[in-house]
Ligand binder design. Sequence first.
Ligand SMILES: Nc1ncnc2c1ncn2[C@@H]1O[C@H](COP(=O)(O)OP(=O)(O)OP(=O)(O)O)[C@@H](O)[C@H]1O
Length: 611
Amino acid sequence: MNTYQEQEYTKPFNIDLWKKLIRYARPYKRDLLFLAVIMAASGGIDAIFPLMNRYAVDNFIIPGKLGGLWIFALIYAALIAVQALNVWMLICIAGRIETGLCYDIRKIGFKKLQELSFSYFDRTPVGWIMARMTSDIQRLGETVAWGLVDLMWGSAMMVATIGIMLYLNWRLALITLSVVPVLAVVSIYFQRMILMAYRQVRRINSQITGAFNEGIMGAKTTKTLAREEENLKEFKELTERMKHSSVRAVVVSSIYMPIVMVLGSIGTGLALWFGGEGVIGRSISYGTLVAFITYTMQFFEPIRELARIFAELQNSQASAERVFSMIETQPDVKDSPEVIEKYGDLFTPKKENWPHIKGDVTFHNVSFSYKEGEEVLKDFNLEVKAGETIALVGETGAGKSTIVNLLCRFYEPTKGEIRIDGVDYRKRSQLWLQSNIGYVLQTPHLFSGTVKENIRYGRLDASDEEVIEAAKLVNAHDFIMKLEKGYDTEVGEGGNRLSTGQKQLISFARAVLANPRIFVLDEATSSVDTETEQIIQDAIQKVLRGRTSFVIAHRLSTIRSADRILVIRNGRVVEQGTHSELLRRRGYYYRLYTNQFMEEKEREIMLQMRG
Ligand SMILES: Nc1ncnc2c1ncn2[C@@H]1O[C@H](COP(=O)(O)OP(=O)(O)OP(=O)(O)O)[C@@H](O)[C@H]1O
């Protein structure tokens, strides 16, 4: 169950935020200006049509004369052509602004995601990030482009309508316009209600999407735990809530329109009544009466639009706050300005200044905590010579992964320092370090694409021959050749068309191709058959050769051949030495080893029996 608490954004209006958004919209200044002009013109022209009708009634219909009708028809047609042109331009320009702005902000967001540290991803759910990158950014683009369209059109039409009505007959205008304030208040109130109701629907909808996601991702686990019924119950509860909220949203929307129609009709009624009296008393022409009736009938449109925009702006403000909170997050691990100056940043490295790496690693009095007050490592010291293989062993939660995460600078020590070739790694760039470290995870991640592409991720300029060479070195070539299309076989999302052992071998080939000086391996614990075990073991030995290596070791053969074994317990090294030294000591390692040895033997026997 996701317990991530999203910050609530309730400020009615946040000027700083809009200023920021305007900064992002700056490249579209000309487009926006042009759009505003078009929409103002369009709103104005829409308000002119009833005036045209008035002219037709007073000059052609009532007197029964048709002279000059063709000029009138020509002007009418021209106005319609201008409106059609406006609509075409507005869709083009607003669409361009919307997509451009979304693209710009997404690009910045994606760049930021590349820079952010692991700690950010620890505390921020993937779903939250996805929602920021997709729907929230989309909403910002829409607000800037289409919000402006509606705002300009609505305002221009309102102002023009009121102006024309006052010009035609100010007394009648004031009488009929008396419904406008009521209409405005009702519209603002209902549009807010409607928006809140739909916001609730959307919130539940994102929970449902999350549940779908978990349902699909965890389909296997669900089956093995026979949790289908339970899952269905939880899902049903969510969809029930969704149904209630949706019905509520529809009910609120359904009340609004009749109220608006009644108010509009009162306006029309007032126009008819007082306008009709004026016509009888000959103080008002028939045409004016017709124009007034039309104006009162279309009053509510711009008012509704404006009320909706103001309500939506608040919603978009919440989106903007969330997006900017992500974009403005400072990574916990970042290079100092001096380091960036000398070695370049993540996206523009100055490789020519990068020092050559030998591979000596020192942990000097390193302490570390993920959460304040809960130290995982305390005064941890370790001296590793270039080319040494260090095996880290210990119970689950002992701190093995933490040590390698610190080495890779996914996190930084809270106290003490980590030195590479005798220099604190914070004095060099993150990219330099990570370009020189190869990390193969327990369940290595493969990207959708072919086997060849996945191996080439290690070094993008590697030739096909080099890719094959690397695969041969780690014994992956044979199984790859047996795949349907050899090196051009698609591995599927996350490499799910391959077995864990095959994924491991491909990731070893990738590591060999990158040829890092320091190598980190989180050995897989899953049991494979003896033959695969031998192939993997052989590959590991080849990958480790000549590099400073840290292996979170589960396989006895790796442990045995390591130069030094560190036995970790509660974030401290409790024993260290070679395998035989540690066995002789008959301490904690001896117990761990003999237990594991027994398990290993049992597994071997089981596998042999199955084979
Ligand atoms: N991202 C994290 N946020 C908070 N605490 C963490 C995080 N990762 C690990 N820990 C905690 O730090 C301690 C050490 O964890 P670590 O993953 O280093 O152990 P490990 O020896 O690698 O275990 P395993 O063999 O199960 O992978 C554990 O108590 C764990 O709960």
